[in-house]
Design a protein around this ligand. Structure first.
Ligand SMILES: [Zn+2]
Length: 136
């Protein structure tokens, strides 16, 4: 990378960090508006971060694929490492979503399996009766 390209990459990194912080504040604010607990909001912010990290991995994966398709050597070890990293991050996000569901006392819809809130009388996805809500 030449000096000019390095300088541009540096500016982009700073800009991306600023965008990430603003997006985190937006996720936290959305949580406050919907009355989520602090714990749920923290978990949602972490899920947002994980998704951002997955996007970075996907971009790197795309660059490796492009380099291979453009006639460069395929870096199999790097591809495998990125695939494993993405799998790990997806599993981590799924676990956090499961914890949020637990905190919100969600239960699966008896018809379609979508998560229904503790106070929901009807499923938000299919409209089926979700069971007896506790009114919270
Ligand atoms: Zn349903």
């Amino acid at each position: 990378m030449n000096e000019k390209a390095r300088a541009i990459a540096g500016r982009l990194r700073v800009k991306a960090a600023g965008v990430g912080a603003a997006a985190q504040r937006a996720v936290a604010e959305a949580g406050r508006r919907t009355g989520d607990s602090i714990e749920t909001t923290k978990l949602n912010v972490r899920i947002y971060e994980i998704n951002s990290e997955i996007n970075v991995c996907m971009r790197k994966l795309g660059e490796l694929m492009y380099a291979a398709c453009a006639g460069g050597d395929a870096d199999d070890a790097a591809v495998d490492a990125l695939l494993a990293e993405i799998d790990g991050k997806k599993a981590e996000a799924a676990e956090l979503r499961r914890r949020i569901s637990e905190l919100k006392k969600e239960r699966p819809c008896p018809v379609c399996g979508a998560p229904c809130g503790a106070g929901d009388r009807f499923c938000r996805r299919c409209g089926a009766e979700a069971g007896i809500g506790d009114g919270n």
